[in-house]
Each structure stands twice: as C-alpha cells, then as structure tokens.
Design a protein. Structure first.
Length: 309
C-alpha cells in the first residue's frame, strides 16, 4: 500500500521548525482573573454608592437642572471661553516676544511669565478683586504730567472683570510656554526657506511655522482648557456666581451639602468629557500629515526591500 502522505525532511543543521500557520495567542488566565476581580470591586463600589442614602441622589436629580445651577454653569462656560481666548492671544504674543532677538521684549515677556506662573491663581483673583485698596482710582496720565481720564476702581473692577482678568492673565503665562515649545519643535530650516522665498517674518510665521507647530500645541492646550473649566470654580471666593457658587447658595439654604456638591461634580465631569472628545478629534486632524508620512516611509522601505531581493 502506497502512502500518499510525505514527511518533509528536517532542514540541515538539526533546526526544528514548527508550522505556525494556525498558531494563536495563548489564553492568558491571569489577566482574565484580574479583570474579573477589578470589575467585581467596581460593581460593588457602584452598588454601595447608589444605595447609600447619605449621597442624596433624589436631591441631586431634583436640582441637576435647577435654573440657578444652569445659570452658574453658563457663567463658568462663558468665563472659560473668554479667558481662554484672551489667554491664547496674549500667550502667542508673549511666546513670539520670548523668541525674538530684542532683549527688552524677551525680558518683559519672561518677567510676565515668571510672575503669573509663580503665584497661585487664587491669590491673583483676590488681588484683582481688592485692587481698590491699593488704587482707589484708575487713571490715564502722561508720565509726570496731567491726568487725561480717571475712574473709580470699584466701578471698573467688578467680580466679572476681576475673574476675567485674573483667569486670562494666568492662562496667558502658561499658553506662552506651550506655544513657544510648539514653535521650537518646528525645524529652523522651515523659517529660513520661507524667508528665501521672499516671505516676511510675520507671513512665514502665520503660514508656515504655526500650522506645523499646531501638532505640538494642541494637546497641552486641550489640557489647559480642561483645567480652565475647573479653575473657574475659584472665582466663587470673589462672589462670582459660577457653578460652584450657585450650588453653594442652594445648600446654604437647604443644608444639602453633599448632594449639591455632587451636582457640581457631575456637571464638571460632563463638560470635561465633551472637551476630551473634542481634543481627541483635533489631535487626529492635526496628526494626519504625520500618519501620511509614516505610511509613505513604510511603502518606500517595502519597495527597497523588494528591489533588494
């Protein structure tokens, strides 16, 4: 009887090669057990929290969309947008000043960043709110000359202006370093090439350098935006009716402290989750060129390997 099955002779040298055509990753029992333990602990924790009456979940549900809370949420969002916009614009100017060849511009920008990064934001907000104790009047004057215009400080520095100025100037100091790092990540040759084509420094910066630096600027800027929405809670100390101040005004009447704080926490988590999704989308958008370059490099390496064979 002839045998149709043939056995391949082992390769020379005694090497034992195995058929891996149907190989699969071994089942990791330890990881499965770890997942089960973690999920059981998480489920037990959620069960305890959900059935603990001290959290006051009915109160949380009753006040979650309360007009006072929603009004405070709008104030927090508005402060975030305005302060971030001002901070980004000022931060861009400070970053350019820090990178300039002018010693005076570099020194002034460095002094600004040093002061506003080196002092707590809460102290800055209280300082701006109490500016009238130092300067009862704000005036525009010619140095050592006459006063052109003046206003009472309390009429200018309201809780709203103190909050905007404090948040924006503090954010500008951080954004300046973020933008400066992004600009430094772009190859210097890009700027020199743009100048060789006759572009002005401003045009080269706006059309060539900044678009390439965005890939390095966007992720930390997204983190700053998320930090800003949480930092707005500090303005409650200067009687600014933000989200935290609104829930505080409610629990001062009802004495439901924990449930009202949970209302604020849930709203902050909801807003920051949306911002995280937006940040991921923007990062993916600005990372397209890098992915295309990686694909092109991979294809070229593959062609070189095929040609070598």
């Amino acid at each position: 009887m002839s045998n149709d099955r043939t056995t391949a002779a082992p390769p020379s040298g005694g090497a034992d090669f195995r058929d891996v055509a149907h190989a699969h990753k071994p089942f990791q029992t330890g990881r499965l057990v770890l997942w089960v333990v973690v999920l059981l602990i998480a489920a037990n924790f959620l069960w305890i929290v959900a059935h603990n009456e001290n959290f006051g979940w009915p109160v949380v549900a009753a006040y979650f969309f309360d007009p006072t809370v929603i009004s405070g949420l709008y104030v927090s969002l508005g402060l975030t947008v305005v302060a971030m916009a001002i901070g980004i614009v000022l931060g861009l100017g400070l970053a350019i000043a820090r990178l300039s060849n002018d010693r005076l511009a570099r020194s002034l920008a460095s002094l600004f960043i040093w002061f506003f990064r080196g002092t707590p934001l809460l102290v800055q907000l209280i300082f701006w709110y109490n500016l009238s104790t130092l300067f009862p009047e704000l005036s525009i004057t010619i140095p050592f000359g006459p006063t052109l215009a003046s206003w009472e400080t309390n009429s200018v520095i309201t809780p709203m202006t103190a909050a905007i100025v404090g948040l924006a100037l503090n954010e500008a100091a951080y954004m300046a370093e973020i933008i400066r790092g992004g600009l430094l990540s772009v190859d210097r040759g890009q700027f020199e090439t743009a100048e060789a084509f006759g572009m002005t420094k401003a045009r080269a910066l706006w059309r060539i350098i900044i678009p390439q630096a965005m890939r390095s600027i966007v992720p930390p800027t997204g983190n700053q935006l998320i930090s800003m929405i949480k930092a707005t809670s500090l303005v409650s100390v200067i009687a600014m009716a933000d989200l935290l101040y609104s829930v505080q005004s409610i629990y001062n009447r009802t004495f439901e402290i924990v449930p009202m704080l949970l209302v604020a926490v849930l709203w902050y988590l909801f807003i920051t989750s949306i911002l995280n999704l937006g940040q991921s989308y923007i990062e993916a958008y600005y990372g397209r060129s890098e992915r295309r370059n990686n694909v092109a490099v991979a294809k070229s390496e593959t062609l070189v390997e095929e040609a070598s064979h």
